[in-house]
Design a protein around this ligand. Structure first.
Ligand code: HEM
Length: 477
């Protein structure tokens, strides 16, 4: 039997005014800037942080914002309300620079301790040299030390840029100010895709459907995977793998950020060149089916088609379990992205809980739509992809485990038991990129895949509580 989550105490036990908003509810966004920086003057930075903290949006603040958006929509108003949400998170190098003892965060979290640049080889990223001198093929900015990131989400570039200017002023980065406490490493901007592609990632699939629903926080969850205890996402609560934490590290969460480029024209070409040969299907239908089988949801519910209506129905689109014994890839490839990243019945029916591996994904797309020229040449000419971000109380059990032990592992799930070797996650798997199961009638047939997703940067952070920010990180001088 799989492990049932222990019910959380009353919902009020989660102090929604103390937890940063992106963690539990996701900052509402049409656009989002990630401002990565180094701290160059610690004393000054800590004193300026006092002025910055009131800008930080908590979960309570996000819930209020979401209600305002709903009320506005209900009035039939199609314009966007001016809205902005700010969060902040620190890397291990950032805590060390500030002089905070973060051993409570590093002792059980080797990935956080290393930092993502040093961890990149373990994640499967391409690069040169060996650990500890491995240099991943990343954007040069991400090869620098990153101490912290400020996330700014909002309704428009105008709103977000204005807030970023205000923040830069606080930390002495405004033009003409000669005494900054921080140095910009890079600012990356993500945008929700336009028109009817909104909520879809760049390959064209609806994204952000399945995120952990939290006991005591998410009321009336849609049918889907088991709810998780709050401590899976928020430190210091039931489900946190670390039983006790110092006060400043309670009500926080680890943030894994990945700068993932997507080769969309190449992906589309691959689908076109490899339609699933289902009798009676046109090549276009076969190509669409291949795309749906590579992602895997909701193919488990509609094995022979990419069913857009089903995909858009929140009461149905997450209500599947991958019934391993039954399907043997007839219904869904073992290696399909959603099956790799949340194997549901594949593990739960063996009595293995997947609660500790859950992550709250908060990514946003970046880069332009595919141009006419790129469609013609079937080659990427403009950088685009996903600013992948996820929260959990363990990077080791969450992001890094999913990437290394599931996505990059050809025998997962149900390796030895299966008639066919599953292969790698066709979207994010790194290594010998092949998978079986794309043809439901011949599941043993393997496809070899080029890279469609290329990591070009990233870092691991910890997003402290408001109290943690005020009492441990900031200091008034
Ligand atoms: C550019 C890269 C990526 C693309 C295009 C992508 C796309 C998608 C899509 C279309 C879905 C299904 C819709 C949904 O449930 O929200 C999904 C789900 C998911 N992805 Fe990704 N993803 C990417 C990277 C990653 C990475 C790096 C991870 C973690 C290592 C990850 C973990 C997950 C998880 C956990 C789910 C939900 C699974 C479930 O609950 O059933 N994804 N992704």
């Amino acid at each position: 039997m799989s492990q049932e989550p222990i019910p959380l105490p009353a919902p009020t036990d989660l102090d929604l005014n103390n937890i940063q908003g992106d963690i539990l509810s996701g900052l509402p966004k049409k656009t989002q800037t990630y401002f990565f920086f180094q701290i160059t003057d610690v004393k000054l930075f800590r004193s300026q942080l006092v002025k910055f903290i009131p800008l930080v949006k908590t979960v309570a603040g996000v819930l209020k914002d979401r209600k305002a958006i709903e009320d506005h929509k209900r009035k039939g108003d199609k314009t966007l309300i001016t809205m902005v949400g700010v969060n902040i998170a620190f890397s291990h190098k950032g805590f060390v620079t500030i002089g905070i003892d973060d051993s409570t965060l590093t002792s059980t979290e080797p990935n956080f301790l290393l930092g993502q640049k040093e961890d990149a080889k373990n994640l499967g990223d391409k690069g040169t040299g060996d650990i500890p001198n491995f240099v991943p093929d990343w954007e040069p900015a991400f090869l620098q030390d990153i101490h912290a990131v400020i996330l700014i989400s909002g309704d428009s570039h105008g709103t977000v840029d204005k807030k970023l200017r205000q923040i830069k002023e606080i930390f002495g980065l405004a033009p003409g100010n000669h005494k900054p406490s921080i140095k910009e490493v890079i600012a990356v901007v993500g945008d929700v895709r336009p028109g009817n592609q909104s909520a879809h990632e760049h390959f064209g699939f609806l994204d952000g459907i399945s995120n952990p629903s939290v006991i005591g926080f998410d009321k009336n969850p849609n049918p889907g995977p088991k709810q998780v205890r709050a401590g899976v996402l928020v430190t210091g609560h039931d489900g946190d793998p670390v039983p006790t934490r110092p006060a400043w590290a309670v009500d926080g969460s680890y943030l894994a950020f990945r700068y993932l480029f997507q080769k969309v024209p190449e992906f589309n070409k691959f689908l076109k060149d490899h339609p699933v040969p289902v009798p009676g299907f046109t090549p276009e239908q076969g190509s669409e089916l291949l795309g749906a089988r590579l992602v895997g949801a909701p193919i488990d519910l509609a094995p022979f088609e990419d069913d857009a209506a089903l995909a858009a129905d929140p009461k149905r689109n997450n209500n599947f379990r991958f019934q391993a014994e039954r399907d043997f890839q007839k219904i869904c490839p073992f290696a399909a992205h959603v099956r790799k990243t949340l194997p549901r019945a594949d593990l739960e029916d063996l009595g293995i809980s997947i609660e500790k591996n859950r992550i709250a994904r908060r990514g946003v797309q970046f880069g332009p739509e595919v141009t006419k020229q790129e469609k013609e040449t079937q080659e990427t000419a403009h950088a685009r992809g996903l600013l992948f971000a996820c929260y959990s109380t363990s990077i080791k059990n969450g992001f890094a485990f999913i990437q290394e032990s599931w996505a990059n592992n050809p025998t997962f799930p149900i390796g030895e038991k299966a008639l066919e070797v599953p292969g790698l996650d066709p979207l994010i798997g790194q290594g010998m990129r092949k998978l079986s199961g794309t043809d439901p009638n011949n599941p043993g047939v393997e496809l070899t895949l080029p890279d469609f997703v290329v990591p070009r940067g990233g870092e691991y952070f910890f997003s402290p509580s408001l109290k943690g920010l005020k009492e441990a990180l900031a200091s008034a001088v």
